[in-house]
Design a binder for this molecule. Structure first.
Ligand SMILES: [Fe+2]
Length: 273
């Protein structure tokens, strides 16, 4: 399999960034061909075309994002993102235990859309079901892709590097972290980093770090920002969004890919059965 990426494997510095900062930023890491093909696959989707056709007719205040979860309508490049050699190398280097594919999403954010405030995505474990309390420390990895990029101040991702090192208590809010209240616990100064993301970038995140997204100005030079995400989790019970795997995804799947999908998906009673 020819990789979609310009990189073969994470460097030692990348892994340090993952463990110390809670994320790895790979600017412009998709090859030009992969970036263009991924974008074309997304634009070929009929529901995406329908969304975009009506987008400019609406006043900025009435625009909504396009969002689908799970994102099952993937083309060949979208599929390869799941088990591309570089993605597999990253997962194997960061998660020492068995892991599975959890779910995916696709999002288009138009001009005028508001921000997403700081949050953690392992917060789905942050409630009182005993199953989930037990799973809270397991790795939950989000791989974020930006086919057309997002400039700083224009729907950019922002993170608090090192915030994953703070115990996830109710008191440990992003506001208090940015005020310096948790610097000692984290062993570093916790401060905001606003990413400037060129087209074809990937951000590999431990979902325990606080992250958020800035608004997209009504006069943004970019009509809409494309974002797709794949999530992997340590082996264990289903996460709130662990998706059902379409049967055809197993056609021609090799042993590794099959193993990624061999887990239970979420159902309303999966934590109590
Ligand atoms: Fe998030």
């Amino acid at each position: 399999m020819n990789s979609l990426f310009r990189r073969q494997a994470p460097s030692a510095a990348d892994l340090d960034s993952f463990h110390n900062d809670g994320y790895i930023f790979y600017p412009d890491v998709l090859t030009d061909a992969a970036r263009e093909a991924l974008s074309a696959e997304i634009h070929q989707q009929q529901d995406v075309q329908c969304y975009l056709e009506t987008l400019e007719d609406r006043p900025a205040t009435e625009r909504t994002s396009y969002f689908v979860r799970p994102w099952n309508n993937r083309g060949p490049v979208g599929h390869q993102l799941i088990d591309d050699p570089f993605v597999t190398a990253l997962l194997k280097a960061t998660i020492q235990n068995d892991y599975h594919f959890c779910h995916s999403a696709l999002n288009l954010a138009p001009r005028g859309i508001g921000p997403i405030s700081y949050h953690q995505d392992h917060h789905h474990w942050k409630h009182h079901n005993p199953v989930n309390l037990a799973e809270r420390d397991g790795y939950y990895i989000q791989i974020l892709y930006y086919p057309n990029g997002s400039a700083r101040g224009d729907r950019n991702l922002k993170v608090i590097p090192g915030s994953h090192l703070v115990a996830p208590t109710e008191a440990a809010t992003p506001e208090r972290m940015l005020a310096g209240d948790y610097d000692q616990e984290a062993g570093r100064t916790l401060e905001e980093v606003r990413l400037d993301v060129p087209p074809g970038s990937m951000v590999y995140i431990n979902a325990r770090i606080f992250h958020g997204v800035e608004a997209k100005p009504v006069d943004s030079p970019q009509l809409y920002r494309i974002f797709n995400i794949d999530i992997f989790k340590e082996a264990g019970p289903p996460h709130r969004y662990t998706q059902e795997i379409p049967a055809e995804w197993l056609d021609d799947a090799d042993a590794y890919r099959r193993q990624l999908f061999e887990r239970d998906h979420y159902t309303d009673d999966c934590w109590t059965a």
